[in-house]
Ligand binder design. Sequence first.
Ligand code: GDP
Length: 579
Amino acid sequence: MRERLSLVIVGHVDHGKSTLVGRLLADTGSIDPAKIAKVKAICERQGKHFEYAFLLDALEAEQAQGITIDAARCFFHGDKRDYILIDAPGHIEFLKNMISGAARAEAAILLIDAEEGVQENSRRHGYLLSLLGIRQVVVAVNKMDRIDYDKARFDAVERTYREFLRQVQVTPAAFVPVAALEGGNVVSRSERMSWYDGPTILQAMEAFEKEPELAARPLRLPVQDIYKFNRAGDTRRIIAGRITAGTLSVGDEVLFLPSGKRTRVKTIEAFNASEPPLSVRAGESVGVTMAEQIYASRGDVVCHPDTPLQVSNRLRANLFWLGRAPLRAGQVYKLKLGTFSGLCEVEEFIEVIDASALKGAGHTDRVERHEVGEVVLRLRDPIACDLSHEFADTGRFVLVDGYDMAGGGIVREVLPAGEKKGPVRWTSEVGSIDRRLRETRQGHRAVVVALHEDMEGNADSLAGAVEESLWTAGRSVFRLRFEAADLHAPRPGELNLRTVCFGRVAALANAGQIVLITLPFDPTNQTSLRLPGLESLPLAQIRFKGTSEAELDWVLDASLDERTLHEEVRRKLDPLLAL
Ligand code: GDP
């Protein structure tokens, strides 16, 4: 079998990805020239300018000549080996495909429009490649015809972008000036750019190296499903999944992680083989029966006991955020890694940077769209995983916010396990519909607003007005009043009312409510809701003039009339409710 290399093409929309792919297919003779002529003729008849994108569409429609083209990939033949080209229409698709393993690229062609030069998106693409560990990159500076094949402008693009890539530790194999439309420097050299003596795109691709054989690495078999035999009395189970690394043989001693169960492989059932194989390797989908009946589950990974994955509920990770709502502490996300899926929260933001400017984002309490964060994630349950630079498939994850894939990341370090309880999860809350999902459905966030009664101001009646106006505006709101007795530290033997009260607040907020609380006048000014168990809820405390001011706290002028005060509270509160 000929060697195959998978390659992703990344670039901003309209920079010429389809054209470049079409050229590669056409000029390597991977498409029948008659087919090209036909599409050209159709274009002419319809008075349209021929586009390679049309050719790809036509091929897709016909599945012609064994060249399989679907929306995400197509195959073509080089001299040295075959290529699978993976199109990456946007950041989300790219991340999703890369991380889900649906389309693992070993190398990349990164496209820049010569006329536009290096844009924010080109930088983000570079950063993504770096984050995903794709180190073999050729940069195609396309549409050279539009800048008169000007060497100086090409050099300037190369200088700027090479410097950016250096900072994200990607060393490009080549910068190629390309005119994809006319085919210059894609497969054949362009006479218009005789000043260029580097490789063509195809030559640069042929020089890429294949990643070392995955089958030679330690075994990783993420469990996808467990099938039970239906016959009465038959207790056997088949563990099914795709081997992402290593080899597995009948008789092997295996370890399931994170569950920690050990057993031996009894039989291997390959889905498309006539005889059960004795050994299977990376890339194959298999069903395995074990010597003893064990209760493994989806998300477990099968490995050999001497080369285990790491297990913990705390990971240091780099992630690229694409969600509309920023990544925040106190919010619950779903983490998917291989076949594992579990809830997690951000425990710590270590660094947040702007992926295009490569400088600090100026905040470290959240990661906004298109920013990159180095964070510590805490999972509710332990996970078995690897470091991303050692095993791509079991070292990369995506984060899902509500129903949307909102980010992707790589595992940099597996930290010692922390205690299981998350900061806002109270022991009685067991539902799997978390705050984020509820917020998404109701269209606004949950916030806790505490109004402190004061000498001058009347918190209760103000809170009442705010509650009514929020309710009228279709918001989910709930109002509580705490008395002094609810809040003081309990004496020995006394019921801890404070814990009970804060538990109620946490439960209401986790149920998606805007919780309005009024608190009694406190002459010592000590009453604060920043207490253990509530610290990660979005909390705004309102006081009246003359008392201290903290970050999220709003100080109101009690001499104003209630209507004005109400408007002021709404003006400050409404932005906090935005999803
Ligand atoms: P994609 O969105 O990245 O797939 O871009 P396309 O391949 O569809 O190209 C976008 C537009 O740029 C099309 O109209 C192409 O004809 C045009 N284009 C692509 N490559 C070149 C080139 O080398 N020179 C010029 N002048 N136009 C090009």
